[in-house]
Design a protein around this ligand. Structure first.
Ligand code: TMP
Length: 252
């Protein structure tokens, strides 16, 4: 399925196309998987289809509890219509349990519950390998304003509370996740809303009973069964019941 629309931006896992009307874009989910800043690459057939559905489901539920986000509607297997925003060049990470770069940086064993949820900011800049930044850096270099930082932190904590409960209800522990925000302009004013995607590419999800990884760490760490795990996440959330046939059918 290729689009004839004008390409606005291509990232590692998604492409943004011009939308059908001003203020909208189409977000296309690719099957490309990358890790370690693009050093490791693969095509995982069906990943884009699953992430499109999981992200739709999560963004819709978040909108339902008042967390404003860019999602408008899903258009087909790989595309969704979204509101056009000015992306804030930060990755906002929220952690409940030690894992990944936090474990490495501070020497805390993976799986150790954190004393409280921790929010971190990383600068979205592949050339610099997405360095961690402080609020001082963010305001001094004008990547975001103090009020925007406060709004992003409050929204991220709400997302965390809600998603922890949503995943716990289906036997999955939300270890950590990354979100991105964008500015939605209304006249002279702008407000910060949730953008990008929320999927097993951007979360750490562990089976609550076995602690088995059900997210992109399966790809990063060569554990195999990546698509099977993403599909299981979707199945437990009650979506994508038709997924196995979609994968076998080789939808592009
Ligand atoms: P980290 O432990 O590698 O810093 O990752 C923290 C969380 O952020 C984890 O859920 C994976 C997610 N993440 C992304 O979505 N994109 C990235 O580029 C990185 C480094 C992490």
């Amino acid at each position: 399925m290729t689009s004839r629309r004008k390409k606005i931006y291509e990232g590692k896992a998604k492409i943004l196309y011009e939308g059908p009307e001003p203020g909208t874009l189409i977000q296309y989910f690719k099957d490309d998987a990358t890790a370690f800043n693009g050093e490791k690459k693969a095509q995982l057939e069906g990943k884009g289809v699953i992430n499109n559905r999981i992200s739709e489901y999560i963004m819709t539920r978040l909108a339902g509890i008042g967390v404003q986000n860019h999602f408008i509607k899903r258009m087909n297997l790989r595309e969704q219509l979204i509101k056009e925003v000015e992306i804030i060049p930060l990755e906002v990470v929220c952690r409940n349990i030690a894992a990944g770069s936090l474990s490495k940086r501070f020497g805390i064993e993976e799986g150790q519950p954190l004393p409280r949820s921790i929010i971190e900011f990383y600068l979205k800049d592949d050339k610099l390998n997405d360095p961690m930044v402080s609020e001082e850096h963010i305001t001094a270099f004008n990547w975001a304003q103090t009020q925007e930082i406060d709004d992003m932190m409050a929204a991220t904590l709400r997302v965390n509370d809600y998603l922890c409960g949503m995943f716990a209800a289906v036997g999955i522990t939300l270890v950590d996740f990354k979100v991105e925000f964008g500015r939605l302009y209304e006249g002279d004013f702008s407000r910060v809303i949730l953008a990008d995607e929320i999927s097993p590419d951007s979360c750490r999800l562990w089976d609550s009973t076995t602690n088995e990884k059900m997210d992109k760490d399966r790809f990063r760490r060569d554990l195999g069964g990546v698509i099977e795990s993403y599909t299981e996440v979707a199945r437990r959330l009650g979506i994508m019941k038709e997924m196995p046939t979609v994968i076998q059918g080789g939808i592009h």
